[in-house]
Structures are given as structure tokens and as C-alpha cells.
Design a protein around this ligand. Structure first.
Ligand code: AMP
Length: 547
């Protein structure tokens, strides 16, 4: 027997329509490059998103075409988030922190037709412009000169006729957005989000035990809109009608604090580096900022140290909530909200729970596997985490390379090594790969090693992560020279410089006689870590300092 409910497509248009009709007067506030505050509303965003769709359509953008963006967290990006998919096209957010070579590869692989670039990010576009011809390049200007051959975003939207918007009948499984993950080995891989996945992710992430978002919230996603859709927060906030606050390009602690206090933010989210920086700022002038409205600071992207969680709580009365996810999961997987029965246990045990990565949000299933099979949920046995759910990728875009991460029975292998306890709470104990996470962004050790080993004096090179108080991790290179050869740290770094962003370059190069190897001849990085990994240096201001 069939159910007798309507077949109502789950599309982003439904989210935008609700934001406009029910919460049309709610504000979207953002900081402009000149630091001024720009205020608009959901009604305005919705109308401009439709005009944008009309304008893009007139430029020849068709169903399924990719529209790339090089933008910050800014209102135009929200218009693009809704306007591009409204047309049946796909918004492809580019990470401006990537190296030109990677950006060039990604825009080719995605076959992006149009690029929308913020004026402040023009140098990033220039870095790969010669390698890719777009049908149109659209500039979001801030008063500078319009470069030749580009179209003005403001004029396109202004001139478009909102009445000409013909709503497309979209299938909920159609692609709405895409984003590339940075790969360890091999190339970045494309993750393609469907309308349905993004709508269900918005519902799943807004529930009380996850992000707990409602109409009365004021949300400030520090996590960039080019990093896994700012963890889906712009969509979820629009769905519930929460006010949104965007920091634009100003991500320093003082600027964020000013926005958090001034706009009475209740919910914010970002990687640990952001919160480490903000803590230093808070410690400098305790009580100087009124953060009494701020209920939740979500931290994810890499592990949040227990000491960070405690420092916020004890010194500033602020609550950090730890979450875990992946681009391939739209991205939310688990959230560590304290379960009810933890209310009466000692604070130390509460904080130990909150430092874990948490419990799966509704509709996400987890399991972990080791060589022998699935591991028991005993909080001790480690295995590789596998997940499935309505917002988890089932394949990478046009790539066979990552095929082995999708199991025959329909799960995704995360590459994260975890334990799962009896509550279903995961704790990430290690990474299956050796990526280095610096300031919330990945650095590929393999890419650096390959480049180092291309140097004429170098025989072998291994790059490992060392803890860093500000960036969480930084790369350290261990190098074996060829017999009779000599070189210096400066010379090696200079040879890397043309090929990588500056922040990828190792802080230190250690010259050794030999790199230990595993039984199959791979570098034994665990041994190198043991030798060179200093214990985490204390965070300036002292995360562990008592209140
Ligand atoms: P990305 O796709 O760039 O968001 O990176 C996803 C990866 O970041 C995961 O596979 C984890 O290795 C790591 N990650 C995300 N959140 C956390 C967390 N809370 N703790 C530890 N690692 C995390």
C-alpha cells in the first residue's frame, strides 16, 4: 500500500520562499572590505537572487551549468547560494586559499562556465586566469576600477527584471552546489550536493541536539562559505529565519568580537584556530565585550582540545560545542552536546565528553571497521569510521580515483580512525592519512615531499605535522641529502616557494642520515613524529590557566 502524501520536492527554492514570506524583514548583516557594515533583509536577498537567476539565464547559463565563486562570507554569496540553484545551475565555491595550480585544475575538472569574483580576490583569479577561459567573469566591485572584459555583478542584478523569473520545476535530486576536497594523494575530488541533501541537512543540523537553530537566533558563520557551504549554516539559518551576520574578509579576533557583541550573536561556528585567536583577544580585555547573548560556539574541522573548551567556559562563561563532519557529508556528521544524564557528573568528566567528536545527528548512521570486521561500541576498539545518510556522497564527481571509499553495501569510508562508545559517541584517535591541518586548512605532506625530492641535492624527504599553538599544526620537513651534496634550509624553501602558497612551506627542515621505513618500504612517519614532535606548546595566554 502506498502512502497518500504529496510528492513535494525538497529544493532550496522552498527554503528561500519561506525565508522571504515568513521572515522577509529579518536582517543579513555583513562587514564590507572597508570595514563598514552593510544591512539587507531576506526579502531583498530573495528578490536579488531571482534577478541574478534572470541575469545568468540571459548570459546563457543553463540547467546543470557550473557557476564558480571566489567570494567571502558576504550577502552576494548568499544570493548566489540560492539564485544559481534556482535556475537549475550549480554553484561551485572555490577556496581562494588554494594554490593557482590547484585552482586551475579544479575549474577545469568542474568545467566551470562562469566565474563570480569579489574585487578583493582579483589577485587570486589573476594567479590562474591564463589557464582557463570562462564564458563570463562577473565582478563584485567595491569601488575599484572595472577590469576589461568583466561584467559588473551589481549592474547585472540591478538591470534584471524580477518579473521575468520563470521558476524551474526542479527535481530534488538535481545538483545544487559543488565543492572540492583537498586530496592527500592524487587530485582534489568534487563533491556534488543535491537540493534534497541540502534541505534535509538544513533540517537535520537545526535540531536542538545538533546546532539548535531557531527564528530568534543570530548566527555568525566564521567558517567560510567556500568550506563545505559554511557547514550548511547559511541554508539552515534561512530555513528557520535566523538573522545572519557575515564577517566578510575580516577574520581577526578584534573584528569578530566587535560583530559578536554588536550584533548580539547567539550562535557562531569555526575551526579551532579561530577560537584560539579569539581567546587571546578575550583574555586581553576580559569583560570588555558583552557576549551575554552568545549561547553556542561550534568548533569543528579539526579536534578541539579539552583545554580550549575549559578555558572558554571557566574564563569567559562561553560554551564551545564540538562537532565533526566532512565535505563529503554536506558536512555535518556528529555533535557533542552533553546528554541529559551527564548533568550531575563531575565537570571534568563532562568536559572529557565534550572534547570528543559527538553523537551522530538524526539520519546519519555510523559504524567503524578494523581488519577483523566491525568494531564493538566499547569506546576502546579503534576502526575506520564509515557513515551513511541522505546527505552523504555516494560518489565523487567524474573520478574513479576515490571509488574505493564507497563500500559495496552503500557506506562511505571517512579515512578517520575512531572509537565509538556505548552512547554512539565517536572519538577521533588518529587520521588514516598524514595530512597537516594548518589554521583549518589542509596541507598535503605528499605534495611537499614530492617537491622536496625534486631538488637535485635531496635523496629522501618526509613531511610531518608538528603541533603549533596558533595554527594547530605546521609542517616540518625531514630530509636526507644525496651523498656528497650540500644545501641549506633557505635554499630548499626557496625551491618550494614558486609551487606552493607561503603558508604551506615547512617552518623547519631537519637534515638526517636516514628516514626509518616500514616493512613495505614506506616512510615510517610514526617514528619521525616520535622523534620530532615536541609536546603541544602552551597557547599564548595559557589555555589551561585557571579562571
Ligand atoms: P573537510 O572535508 O575539509 O571538512 O575535512 C574533513 C576532515 O576533517 C575529517 O575527515 C576529519 O579528519 C577532520 N575533522 C573534522 N572535524 C573534526 C573534529 N571535530 N575533530 C577532529 N577532526 C575533525
Amino acid at each position: 500500500m502506498q502512502g497518500l502524501m504529496m510528492d513535494y520536492p525538497l529544493t532550496l527554492n522552498a527554503i528561500l520562499g519561506r525565508a522571504e514570506r515568513i521572515h522577509g524583514r529579518k536582517e543579513v548583516v555583513s562587514r564590507r572590505p572597508d570595514r563598514s557594515l552593510h544591512r539587507t533583509t531576506y526579502a531583498d536577498i530573495a528578490s536579488r537572487a531571482r534577478k541574478l537567476a534572470v541575469a545568468l539565464s540571459a548570459l546563457g547559463v543553463r540547467t546543470g551549468d557550473r557557476v564558480a565563486t571566489l567570494c567571502w562570507n558576504q550577502p552576494e554569496h548568499l544570493e548566489l547560494y540560492f539564485g544559481v540553484p534556482a535556475l537549475g545551475a550549480v554553484i561551485h565555491t572555490l577556496n581562494p586559499r588554494l594554490h593557482a595550480g590547484e585552482l586551475s585544475y579544479i575549474v577545469h575538472h568542474a568545467d566551470d562556465k562562469v566565474l563570480v569574483v569579489d574585487e578583493t580576490l582579483l589577485p587570486v583569479f589573476e594567479s590562474f586566469r591564463a589557464t582557463r577561459t570562462f564564458a563570463h567573469v562577473i565582478l563584485i566591485g567595491h569601488g575599484g576600477e572595472m577590469p576589461d572584459g568583466m561584467l559588473s555583478y551589481a549592474e547585472l542584478v540591478e538591470r534584471a527584471d524580477a518579473e521575468a523569473f520563470a521558476p524551474r520545476v526542479l527535481d530534488e535530486t538535481d545538483a545544487a552546489a559543488m565543492c572540492y576536497t583537498s586530496g592527500t594523494t592524487g587530485r582534489p575530488k568534487g563533491v556534488v550536493f543535491s537540493h534534497r541533501a541540502l534541505v534535509l541537512h538544513s533540517l537535520g543540523s537545526a535540531v536542538p541536539d545538533a546546532f539548535c537553530l531557531g527564528e530568534s537566533d543570530v548566527v555568525l558563520p566564521v567558517v567560510p562559505m567556500f568550506h563545505a557551504n559554511a557547514w550548511g549554516i547559511p541554508f539552515a539559518a534561512a530555513m528557520v529565519g535566523a538573522k545572519q551576520v557575515y564577517p566578510g574578509p575580516h577574520l581577526d579576533g578584534a573584528s569578530l568580537l566587535e560583530l559578536l557583541a554588536g550584533e548580539r550573536v547567539t550562535f557562531t561556528a569555526g575551526v579551532p584556530t579561530i577560537w584560539i585567536r579569539l581567546l587571546q583577544e578575550l583574555d586581553r580585555a576580559p569583560g570588555a565585550h558583552d557576549l551575554s547573548r552568545l549561547q553556542t560556539l561550534i568548533v569543528g574541522g579539526s579536534a578541539a582540545p579539552k583545554s580550549l573548551i575549559e578555558a572558554y567556559e571557566r574564563r569567559h562563561g562561553l560554551k564551545i560545542v564540538h562537532a565533526w563532519g566532512m565535505t563529503e557529508m554536506s558536512p555535518l556528521g556528529t555533535v557533542a552536546r552533553l546528554p541529559r544524564h551527564f548533568a550531575d557528573v563531575p565537570e571534568d568528566r563532562q568536559n572529557a565528553f565534550r572534547a570528543k567528536q559527538g553523537i551522530p545527528v538524526p539520519l546519519v548512521e555510523i559504524r567503524a571497521r578494523e581488519a577483523e570486521g566491525l568494531v564493538p561500541w566499547d569506546g576502546q576498539t579503534m576502526g575506520e569510521l564509515e557513515v551513511r545518510g541522505p546527505w552523504v556522497a555516494r560518489a565523487y564527481y567524474n573520478s574513479e580515483e576515490g571509488d574505493d571509499r564507497f563500500t559495496a553495501d552503500g557506506w562511505f569510508k571517512t579515512g578517520d580512525i575512531v572509537t565509538i562508545d556505548a552512547l554512539g559517541c565517536i572519538e577521533i584517535t588518529d587520521r588514516a592519512k598524514d595530512l597537516i591541518r594548518s589554521g583549518g586548512e589542509w596541507i598535503s605532506s605528499v605534495a611537499l615531499e614530492n617537491a622536496l625530492m625534486a631538488h637535485p641535492a635531496v635523496a629522501e624527504a618526509a613531511v610531518i605535522a608538528v603541533p603549533d599553538p596558533q595554527w594547530q599544526e605546521r609542517p616540518l620537513a625531514v630530509v636526507v641529502l644525496k651523498p656528497g651534496q650540500a644545501t641549506t634550509q633557505e635554499d630548499l624553501l626557496a625551491s618550494l616557494a614558486p609551487h606552493f602558497p607561503t603558508w604551506w612551506l615547512p617552518d623547519t627542515v631537519e637534515f638526517v642520515e636516514e628516514i626509518p621505513k616500514t616493512s613495505v618500504g614506506k616512510f615510517k612517519k610514526a617514528a619521525l613524529r616520535e622523534r620530532f614532535n615536541a609536546p603541544p606548546a602552551p597557547v599564548p595566554g595559557g589555555l589551561d590557566a585557571a579562571s
